[in-house]
Structure formats: structure tokens, C-alpha cells
Design a protein around this ligand. Structure first.
Ligand code: EPZ
Length: 417
């Protein structure tokens, strides 16, 4: 299994371009199977999860062609299977995002109940609540979810939690339902807006994406579209922290600053200089920066996907910080790994109390999810000696050419098989 060897690196310097957003491209690819025409998606990152989604679409009947680098063309002349293969659903729970499009297009879908993962149980009850409200009959047996709907009819659906996936799945199904659907307490993430923009380009009639109330007027069919995926705001945040933690000075290109307001605010509170200009941002770290508290929340709050990278930063800040994780119930698995590197962290329920230490030391550590893996790499950049990070397949799921981009900024990092 591949490992990353990360050595204490000089302050990062230089320029790096952020890739398209993983959490935008996955629902957009799923939505593509609803098109009667051809869909061209640009700025697709080369990630393991994108490969899995391509395989899921292929198994359903879509033709997925890689055009130039980062450009994919998808046509779905006929859907010959309404079932996402088990092994793919097990590998990537986002495969569940094809359920809404399949219900919309074929009135049926069958797939293995997506499992939980290291960060939590991750139920899909809100997805199913929405599908039922639209007139779908759901049966769950032997670990499978089977959904059938003669005709999807618009409904008003309240989400008990502003779930990103549930908002996306219900929004996609509602596009071809009869009448109006209203999603209340909807997720407001930029990836929801990107998906809605893409669906509207295909002929959908969606209003309110990005707010807590989304209105969808059903249409008869969806056609061709061309779409460029938004930049990955979590990758932007990760590189901002790479500059901050090493006391470096880097420029990050392909950034929408409105998408990283909470991350920028927290870095500034810690004393890091964040200087946006156009679609780039310059981030200047400092020898010594302050501890600051963070609470993860649904967008526009501080993103849960930035919790682990931010904890790596706070591990070597001046002072103590409290990091509260409110979105997932088990997203502190990176704490034990950071402690092996000398971090001083105490968990109390949903809170982690981080006492900043003057230095970390390299150790053998394990990535427990993709953002935890990124956090360990960031910590390795400043830890004395060498850190060996295993299970890097997690990182490959969500960061395109991560070590190559870091090396380009002066990081001392190598991948060993
Ligand atoms: C998306 O996951 C992202 N994944 C996650 O990114 C991200 O952490 C998460 O949103 C929150 O922002 C993709 O977009 C592919 P949720 P998703 O449904 O949709 C509970 C990464 O690192 N919930 O908003 O699965 C759930 O248990 C990944 O890139 C229900 O209770 O997240 C969790 O506590 C990790 N019932 C909370 O809502 C449901 O039916 C947030 O989950 C659905 C969710």
C-alpha cells in the first residue's frame, strides 16, 4: 500500500492552481444521466472518486468519454440497469447520488444501502423521506434499498438537517416530477448552487439554490449542457493552511473567495495574512500565530471538511483552542494520529481541546479519512524529522496530485509504494 514520507519542509513558496470541486463534480456527473442529449463537463479533477462515479454511470448505461484533460463527455442513450453495482456503492457512498436521477428518469432504482465510514454512520433517511414525499415506494431488505415510482409528483419536503446529499438527490429527482417541489431547510453549500446551475442549463427550473428554500418546477425532459465545475473550496483551504503552518508565502489560483469566507476569517483571527486579488489569493504565514476556536457548521459556517486540517494548524499555534465538530459524530479519528506526532489534544464529546506546542515530531501515522490524511501531511511539513503516512488512498480520493502540488511549493514529500 502506498505511503507518503513527509519531511520538515522550508516555508512554502510559489504558486499553485486548485482543481475542480470533488463534491460538485460527483452530483453533476450523477445528474448527467438524466440528459436526453450530450453533457460536457470541464475542470473535472482526476480523483479516485471520479473514476468510481464514471464506473457507476457506465454500469447504468451512460457512455463516459474523456475528451481533453479534465473534460468529460457523457451521453446516456438508454438506461439498461437501474442498479448501482454493490462493489462501487461500497467503495464510494456518493454513488447513492444516482438514486434521484434514476427515479426521475426510469421511476425505479435499487442499490445497496451505502455503508457508514470512519466519520460516522451517515444514514440516508432524509434522502428516502424526500423520495417518499415525491411518491416513491421504498422497500429495504437484505441491505438493499429498492425505490419505485409510477409518477413523481412535486411535494414540500422539510429536511430535519440541511443534508448536502439529501438536498442534491431530492433536487435532481424533483426536476422531472409533475408540479412544484419545495425543499425547506435545504443545504446551502456552493456545490448545491453549482449542481442547480448545471441542471438549469439542461432545462430544469430551479430557484433558490444557495438559500435554505429551493423551489423546483418539474419539466418533461432535460437536454444537453456544457458546464465548468467550480473550484474546490476545501482544497483552497487546505493550501491556505499549508502556507500558514509552514510560515510560507504562496499564491493560490482558481479561487472563489465567497466560498471560503469562514476559513479566511478564522485564519485572519490566528494572525495569518490572507490577501485576495481576482480569482487568486496570497497567503502569508508567520513564525508564530495565535490559537483560535472553531465550530463546524453547515454552510456558510466553518466546513466540517476543514476541521482536521485546521486542527493540525492549531496543534502548533500559540495558546489553546477549542474545536467543536457538530456535523459528523465521529470525526476526530485524526486526533490520536496527531498526538503520535506530539500534539496535545483532549477530546470531550464533540469538542477537542488543543494545547498548542512549540514543535511536532515525525512519526508513523495513518490517514483515517481524506481530510484527516491531508491534516497529517500538513502536520508532517513542520514536524521534526520524517513522518510516514499510510492509507494514502484516502487522500487520493479527494486531492488531485496532492504531493506534486506541495512539492511545487517546496515541500519535501515523496510517495513510496
Ligand atoms: C457531503 O457529504 C460531502 N460529500 C462531505 O464531504 C461533507 O463532509 C458533507 O457533505 C458535509 O458538508 C460529498 O458531497 C460527496 P450530509 P453528505 O448529508 O452529503 C446527517 C469530503 O471529505 N444525515 O450533509 O453525506 C449525516 O449523518 C466528504 O469530501 C442524516 O442524518 O453529508 C451527517 O451527520 C466527507 N440523514 C450530516 O447529516 C441523511 O439522510 C451531514 O451529512 C443524510 C445525512
Amino acid at each position: 500500500m502506498a505511503r507518503l514520507l513527509v519531511e520538515k519542509s522550508p516555508p512554502l513558496k510559489g504558486r499553485v492552481k486548485v482543481s475542480g470541486a470533488k463534491n460538485s463534480v460527483l452530483p453533476i456527473m450523477a445528474a448527467s444521466l438524466m440528459s436526453e442529449g450530450t453533457v460536457t463537463i470541464k475542470e473535472i479533477p482526476e480523483l479516485e472518486d471520479v473514476v468510481v462515479m464514471k464506473d457507476v454511470l457506465g454500469a447504468i448505461g451512460s457512455k463516459v468519454q474523456q475528451e481533453d484533460k479534465g473534460v468529460v463527455e457523457i451521453t446516456t442513450p438508454a438506461i439498461w440497469s437501474c442498479e448501482a453495482p454493490n462493489d462501487l456503492v461500497k467503495r464510494m457512498r456518493a454513488s447513492f447520488l444516482v438514486m434521484g436521477p434514476l427515479l426521475a428518469k426510469k421511476g425505479k432504482a435499487r442499490m445497496y444501502m451505502p455503508g457508514g465510514c470512519n466519520i460516522g454512520v451517515r444514514p440516508v433517511d432524509l434522502h428516502l423521506k424526500g423520495f417518499s414525499a415525491l411518491g416513491t415506494e421504498i422497500t429495504q431488505e437484505r441491505g438493499y434499498i429498492e425505490a419505485k415510482a409510477k409518477k413523481l409528483r412535486g411535494a414540500t419536503i422539510y429536511l430535519d438537517f440541511p443534508s448536502v446529499g439529501a438536498t442534491e438527490n431530492i433536487m435532481m429527482a424533483a426536476c422531472l416530477a409533475e408540479g412544484q417541489t419545495v425543499i425547506e431547510n435545504a443545504a446551502e453549500e456552493p456545490e448545491i448552487v453549482d449542481l442547480a446551475n448545471f441542471l438549469n442549463k439542461m432545462g430544469a427550473r430551479i430557484k433558490g439554490a444557495g438559500t435554505d428554500t429551493i423551489r423546483i418546477e418539474g419539466v418533461k425532459q432535460l437536454g444537453s449542457a456544457e458546464h465548468t465545475v467550480i473550484p474546490d473550496r476545501i482544497e483552497v483551504g487546505t493550501f491556505m493552511i499549508a502556507a500558514a503552518i509552514t510560515g510560507g508565502d504562496i499564491i493560490i489560483d482558481n479561487v472563489i473567495m465567497d466560498h471560503v469566507v469562514s476559513i479566511t476569517a478564522k485564519l485572519k483571527e490566528a494572525g495569518i495574512e490572507v490577501m485576495p486579488y481576482g480569482s487568486s489569493v496570497r497567503v502569508k504565514g508567520k513564525e508564530c500565530f495565535k490559537a483560535t476556536d472553531v465550530k463546524t457548521l453547515p454552510y456558510p459556517g466553518f466546513p466540517t471538511d476543514m476541521q482536521a486540517p485546521f486542527m493540525a494548524l492549531m496543534s502548533v499555534a500559540k495558546g489553546n483552542s477549542v474545536i467543536i465538530e457538530t456535523v459528523f459524530e465521529n470525526r476526530f479519528l485524526h486526533v490520536e494520529e496527531l498526538k503520535r506526532m506530539g500534539a496535545k489534544i483532549k477530546i470531550e464529546g464533540r469538542s477537542a481541546i488543543v494545547e498548542g506546542v512549540p514543535r511536532l515530531t515525525g512519526a508513523q501515522v495513518k490517514a483515517t479519512d481524506l481530510r484527516a490524511g491531508a491534516a497529517l501531511v500538513l502536520a508532517g511539513l513542520v514536524a521534526e524529522g520524517v513522518s510516514e503516512i499510510s492509507d494514502v488512498f484516502h487522500i487520493d480520493r479527494g486531492y488531485e496530485r496532492f504531493e506534486e502540488k506541495l512539492k511545487g511549493l517546496g515541500a519535501i514529500i515523496t510517495r513510496v509504494q
